[in-house]
Design a protein around this ligand. Sequence first.
Ligand code: SF4
Ligand code: MG
Length: 336
Amino acid sequence: RKKLLEIRGLKTTFFTDDGQIPAVEDIDFSVHEGEILGIVGESGSGKSVTSLSIMGLIPSPPGKITGGQILLDGKNLAAFTDKQMQKIRGKDVAMIFQEPMTSLNPLFTIGDQLKEAILIHNPKWSKKEAIARAIEIMKLVGLPRAEELLKDYPHQLSGGMRQRVMIAMALVCDPKVLIADEPTTALDVTIQAQILQLMKDLNKRLNTAVLLITHDLGVVAETCERVIVMYAGQIVEEAPIHDIFTNPKHPYTQGLIKSVPDMRYKKDNLYSIPGSVPKPGFIKVGCRFASRCEFAMERCLQETPPLFEMSGQHKSRCFLVDEQEVVHHDESVIES
Ligand code: SF4
Ligand code: MG
């Protein structure tokens, strides 16, 4: 499938009183047409910084993209001005967040907010056309009695309905890529399943590529075709969904999988990886997972592991990858 969005060597740095802190580094991945790609990691892994970098929403100051490229249709978004990004956001790449209450304006009705989102990108449309489009898109995201809902304020809706409204807002301009950052974290389990199902349906019907950011491997398992695992500001593993669960290569991924809640075990038996994520920029050389890794060797402290590529679109940033499995290829030969 065609590459829609290609991230090459992305680095985003925060300039603080304590110095320059690289929040993400060496980020390389692509989102293909019509796919659902998951990015999974603990808080502090850099998954949100990655998505905000793509959207041009890194708060500046203190943050700034300091390296790499974000290619969309051959254009490098990393070099775009705020003004140029405003035209891309919503239209080509749209985003939904964890808590819709904070991204919806409590003072305006759902209808006003949807209408505004529609008119920003279609300034020549009449109010009537915008309302018709709003109703159409609300039906698409499974919101019943759309006409009446337009008159409601955000607080009058349930959490699940608010998230549907946010998805509707994100879809008004038919974006090529929809980035969803923890879209179901604030919702209860039943509603969470419904929202994930909706995202899958929309992905199928509209062919919108989805980049799903989550800390929850269970969510990834149910929704994604391919997964990227992030740790301490880097990608540590990338693989098709099946391979991540049956053949995880990186010790961090192996730990994550062991800590997924399993109905067969009591909660207090749940495995959790000992230790915590190192602060960004803290480890200058060596593997960032070394302090928590049961397989760490001398070498892991002295050399920084690259993201080794194996066959079957599987990559792992770990020296344990068998040298014989590593695929070497000439950059110029790789074509989408
Ligand atoms: Fe563990 Fe070394 Fe692999 Fe890092 S490179 S995950 S420390 S074995
Ligand atoms: Mg986050």
